[in-house]
Ligand binder design. Sequence first.
Ligand code: FAD
Ligand code: EPU
Length: 336
Amino acid sequence: MPLFPDYSLQTHHTLAIPAKAQYFIEAHNHAELIEAVNFAQLRRLPILILGQGSNVVFTQDFCGVVIKNNLLGIEIIEECDEYSVIKAGAGEAWQHLVDYSQRFHLWGLENLTGIPGTVGAAPIQNIGAYGVELADFFVELQALDIQSKCIVNFDITGCHFSYRDSIFKHKMRGRCIILSVTLKLQHQPRLVLTYQPLKSRLNQYSDLSPQLVEQTVRQMRSEKLPDPLCMPNVGSFFKNPLVSIEQYDQLRQQFPELVAFSYNNEQVKLAAGWLIEHAGWKGYREAGVGVHDKQALVLVNYDKREGNVLLALAKKIQTSIKEKYDVQLEIEPSII
Ligand code: FAD
Ligand code: EPU
């Protein structure tokens, strides 16, 4: 298995930050994965698992072993009249799984089309878009415990999924390598049109289908999210903040146009893009980085600068949002 020392990661993540790995290994199967882990452990080096790098921000070179997960394969492992259960290798592109499910008329993932990244990273932040999230279809995942090298299974309860969150961002952070993810998809479409902008866009059609929903979501995404190949980015740089209903009511008195989504009985999810735009940041640029002019939640690394330059801008935005609205923005991607 080839091992690359002092390896540039710039083309292995979507922010194109000029960071390097002390060692870089691509693992295509379980044996190679174990070999890579052993290599790191023998040298007491930390491990970083990388998928497509669409949700990481490198703030320095990684002094350790970066293992790129290339475990492939998609199979239907169970079928009944109502649904099929589908298992995908962690290194598969998420979009490949979406396309595969559509080809076999297995429905549910249409709202999640167009999200960059791998299947294995999808549970880390419980990827979500347009009113749907991974947890809605999730059955289980298989992972390699890095210390014991045992294979462990996590069912939906074990994953502790919530909005952009899971146990893999907390207690299990960096402790296991996701090997595969298993989802349950329906044979009969059950369209989810709870996301108002999507619903409005589809109002003009009388005959809705999952394919139409998929195309519409793709269209909406392409209108506001920049292509990382032209404008390096990691999608939303901040989470949409959850605030109490009380705080939301107060904010609405001051900012009647404020956009928010219902979350649960106690909290409301504010549209961080709205907060950032209305604090004057949309389209702002400094030091080769900036705020996207079509979606203020997206920071762009125009000049492929270092991660700290981007984080300095993020910090300014956080301070400004705190001062203007008394709301704390939390960074969404993994900071390395
Ligand atoms: P990476 O960036 O490679 O890794 C992310 C984190 O997961 C890292 O901490 C890494 O160590 C860990 N990790 C990766 N693979 C494994 C594994 N196999 N085992 C253990 N840990 C692992 N996200 C959404 O939820 N919704 C969106 O709509 C959305 N839109 C986006 C649009 C754009 C233009 C971009 C650039 C990003 C967007 N994202 C969105 C964020 C991103 O696509 C997701 O977070 C995606 O799941 C990241 O996958 P990845 O393979 O690139 O992960
Ligand atoms: N808005 C503005 N100005 C902006 C951006 C947004 O006013 O510059 C307001 C608009 O009213 C808009 C609303 O915010 O209707 C919501 O915007 P959008 O539909 O673009 O969604 P978002 O809340 O900004 C979230 C996710 C995205 C996901 C979309 C669609 C988070 C952190 N982000 O963004 O995920 O694709 O919803 O569901 O939850 C990502 O995680 O990287 C990502 C792109």
